[in-house]
Design a binder for this molecule. Sequence first.
Ligand code: SAH
Length: 336
Amino acid sequence: MKNLFDLKLNDLEDYFLNNNEKKFKALQVFEWLYIHREFNIDNFSNLKMELREKLKHDFTTDMIKIKKEEVGEDVKKYLFLLLDGNFIEAVLMHHDYGYSLCISSEVGCNMGCKFCESGRLKKVRNLEVYEMVEQILLIEQKENLRIDRVVIMGIGEPFDNYDNVIDFIKIINNPKGLAIGARHITVSTCGLVPKILEFADLKLQVNLAISLHAPNDNIRSKIMPINKVYNISQVMKALKVYLEKTNRRVTIEYVMINMVNDSDECAYELANLLKGMNVYVNLIPYNETNNLEFKKSKRVNDFKNILLKCGINTTIRREFGGSISGACGQLRSKEV
Ligand code: SAH
């Protein structure tokens, strides 16, 4: 059975129309869920009793559960228990502009990036739309706050769960619902080329981030197995198409790992690769994990300065959540 939080506003409209009901009822349901935060269908008081019964017959409003919370400085990590017993994590960050939430899109991950903890558990399954929506709803309810920005950068490769992630984005972006502005939503991919191209055609105002992490195939293939499927030149071609179609600036993520991808040569090579493109580089200080092979680079600032000198816009990602294993690449699909 579908969960009510799986449905976009137009899915709900179709449902009511197919059941010979007025379309506006969809908006009423949407407002109960996302404006009034009433999750019990019995309390949808502007719908007649029979209609509430029918909704209850056709949909669940089952919720995932917050199982554990860990608090760090300006950051809080949540372990969610899913209805089938699987676990995922989400991370809430407090910035001076407000709150951002990093959500998971899959249980486990199949991309196998060598430096990332999230892929240690191979992908078990996609997250359903409701499981992504509820990460936001439950944290907002629990903390009594509104989330300003959502980044789809937790466990999983969002473009490997493309359809659900797009529906999720449409639900949270809907001005009649959670109304999180498209420019306040970021989706990060390791470079699944066909999906980058599909995403370009949607012409959403959502931010796209691409995990590049290396300036050449030799290094990238060593740390990101996906590079053997879609190499850097294919990713760059897709990026160019995306930039042409959307006119949106793209973030290039580059995790700084000691002696792997942090040399001056790498910086120059990266600058060369990105020259003239409407992108900026977000350098991610490496968060050490159980995999002792990789260490934090001490050259983040030097690397940044070379890129800047070459005319490439560059920022360094603020470090959040390291002390609670809530930082990039440290999230896990298991309870520990
Ligand atoms: N699957 C998506 C989202 C992953 S997480 C993607 O690949 O883009 C978001 C970012 O954190 C990615 O750029 C990812 O490569 C990076 N990351 C993974 N492990 C990390 C670690 N240990 N330290 C810092 N960043 C890491």
